[in-house]
Design a protein around this ligand. Sequence first.
Ligand code: GAP
Length: 495
Amino acid sequence: MANDINRFQAIISHCKEYGFIFPSSEIYDGLQAVYDYGQMGVELKKNIKDYWWKSMTQLQDNIVGIDAAIFMHPTTWKASGHVDNFNDPMIDNKDSKKRYRVDHLIETFAEEQSATGNEQLAKEVLEQMDALLAKDDFAGLKKLIEDNKIKCAVSGTSNWTEIRQFNLMFSTEFGSTEASEIPPSGGGGANKVYLRPETAQGIFVNFLNVQKTGRMKIPFGIAQIGKAFRNEIVARQFIFRMREFEQMEMQFFIRPGSQKEWYEYWKEERMKWHLGLGIPKEKFRFHDHIKLAHYADAACDIEFEFPMGFKELEGIHSRTDFDLKNHQEYSKKKMQYFDNDMDSATGKAYGNYIPFVIETSIGLDRMFLAVISHAYEEQDLSTPDKPDSRAVLKLPAQLAPIKLAVLPLTKKDGLPEVAERIMSDCRPHFRCFYEEKDSIGKRYRRMDALGTPFCVTVDHQTLQDDTVTIRYRDTMQQERIPLDKVREIVMAAVQ
Ligand code: GAP
């Protein structure tokens, strides 16, 4: 456990030191649970987005993408149930005044118990918590906390308030505060708008726009990548739980009654997507939801083994017709689809219906954390006469921020000119990086730390025979290859 915590700390430091992730507005001491992606992080994040987007849209004939606005008419959130139901049970410690999400408080207690060998108690407490949460039994949850003498990490006391619900949506005022701008049907005050807590609703309200203009036939999907905002009360664990984050969501519209089959289909597809990156399957597991969200008739998470243990990475939800039905009711606009395919059971066309939906929803930042934490390795490379080590990011080549580093051995003798020729050949096809400072060993180490899968070194032999040394990040092996093969080798690995 201590090792895992140290590893997590090392990953956080590595992210900062090598330009992947910085605390937001750091010069003002940061803003809790908000982070900025640096010059390397933004590339890795974009590559993860592209990998998801390609597999969900380009490689699927019946899924298209959209990019809806973050602000939506406030009635959206009334219809979706977020105004009334997007709450978390919270408890405050009266001595420290610190507020905890009840499930996180109990989960942390359970983790501590299993770390000290008390697996049985951890299991029982979690089972009881799941059952009580499923019934919204707050008195029972408080009793569970008291019976187990769960303490506040700050005050060390068990002096707890009652459990209360807090809404997680951020709100702001819209425009010029003209009361007429937003119809009073908006949830809350006339000018109150919310920062979307999920991207999904932008898809639901555009369901018919896309279906009609794209001539989509059920089953079909709409995918979207975008920012979401949640006022997480206990925001911690680096980019795992943030107040501003990005989601990659896909809503798949299907015939009512076919949801079990499609739910299983998407569970399997999404797991294949994760395994396609070469991360071993033991690092993933499914976790079925016992307490279902207000919109779902079945739901599970794909959990990943992060440095702090198995945690939710992606959700797969069978959302029924909940969202479209409610948007139809609140907007008074029909959300129906006309299906002229024959139902073999009745011999008639399926006709008009509100489609059911299977959703796949993955946090981009969580995927970033999964990828980088799996890739991070500290290796001891000492020999009997020389201590040595390296930190390496064994990122999948297609996700690596830089694919190729081009390194002239010296700054003179025409070597930079040859290196520049390789750069011009490769630059249009993938991201390469030119570096002539420092010893070659130091440059290799820096590229390892950035996750660059290939380095090529241009030396004096290159001038004689047009060959370069290619060095492979993971094995550190080097070989001599013809200069004009560099582009081809890298391209084969990164596509
Ligand atoms: N549209 C369904 C939905 O939003 P969710 O389980 O609340 O479902 C989906 O969120 C995914 O979004 C999660 O599996 C997680 O990866 C990511 N996510 C949720 N809250 C997050 C937060 N505060 N910080 C980072 N990622 C978050």
